[in-house]
Ligand binder design. Structure first.
Ligand SMILES: N[C@@H](CCC(=O)N[C@@H](CS)C(=O)NCC(=O)O)C(=O)O
Length: 267
């Protein structure tokens, strides 16, 4: 089978698929595996040829024997069907329904929240600090899905209210993971089995950690703190987070430390 992925090293949605592929033993076992890097900073995701395969103008796009698939969570579930072993989904219907409930929550809450500090602290200063209002507005107009997101943001990032709400959403996510591990005994989010919920959550909590926000959980939520360490010790983490894949490595010039963030946010 020929598998191709259009992706970006620092994209959390691409990382979700990379972690899952590594858990499934790809790309090592598949010589035909091809990864195409899309340079998001150069807006290659908005080129007409790319929009033909992903009309949302985002990564990842997954191509299996010529069939094009988009949306990272749908790709994760697809991978589970075409490569059933090792299983990353519970074996019973109730377990799978609970897994999907987590997956919808991850798409709706932490995935959206993580974008806010990512753009505020890193991408806005790197991509748009030098743009004028008209160029920035014209860029927002080109985005099939994120026009409003850009309109809520300025060239320099997000305001205090947006950041506070994103931090609230991340904190809620961390509390839910912590409680789930306590309740089911861990070591993974759904209990003894590592599932695609862990894979999907990994890049989001790792991104917050990378951006310096571990203070949101590490003082009083020991289970998620230990979960992240376990996750970062898995071979799939090393495979998916190869050198340069963490955003702090890509944009060291705008990196702010945890103490900068805490001071700025009044913690
Ligand atoms: N719901 C989509 C979201 C994909 C998405 O937002 N990808 C981001 C990277 S994580 C992207 O391509 N952003 C374009 C940009 O940065 O302008 C999925 O899960 O695949």
């Amino acid at each position: 089978m020929k598998i191709e992925m259009y992706q970006a090293p620092q994209s959390t949605c691409s990382q979700k698929v990379r972690v899952t592929l590594a858990e499934k033993g790809l790309p090592e076992m598949n010589k035909d595996w091809i990864e195409h890097d899309i340079d998001l900073g150069k807006f290659e995701q908005l080129e007409p040829d790319y929009l033909k395969i992903n009309p949302n103008g985002v990564v990842p796009t997954f191509v299996h024997d010529g069939t094009i698939l988009i949306e990272s969570s749908a790709i994760l579930e697809y991978l589970e069907e075409i490569i059933p072993e090792p299983a990353l989904a519970p074996g019973d219907a109730v377990g799978r329904a609970r897994m999907r409930a987590w997956m919808r929550y991850i798409d709706e809450v932490p995935t959206v929240a993580v974008r806010v500090p990512t753009f505020a602290n890193m991408l806005a200063p790197m991509r748009f600090a030098k743009s004028n209002n008209a160029d920035f507005a014209a860029h927002a107009d080109r985005l099939p899905l994120r026009k409003q997101f850009y309109q809520r943001m300025s060239q320099t990032g997000f305001g205090k209210d947006e950041l506070e709400y994103a931090e609230f959403q991340i904190r809620q996510t961390c509390e839910r993971i912590d409680a789930a591990i306590k309740e089911d005994g861990g070591p993974w989010i759904m209990g003894a089995q590592y599932t695609m919920v862990d894979a999907q959550m990994t890049p989001l909590i790792d991104r917050m950690d990378d951006l310096g926000y571990a203070f949101l959980w590490e003082d009083d939520l020991p289970e998620i703190t230990a979960w992240l360490k376990r996750i970062q010790n898995r071979p799939s983490y090393a495979a998916a987070f190869y050198p340069g894949a963490r955003i702090s490595e890509r944009y060291p010039e705008v990196y702010r430390t945890a103490s900068d963030l805490k001071a700025e946010r009044g913690y």
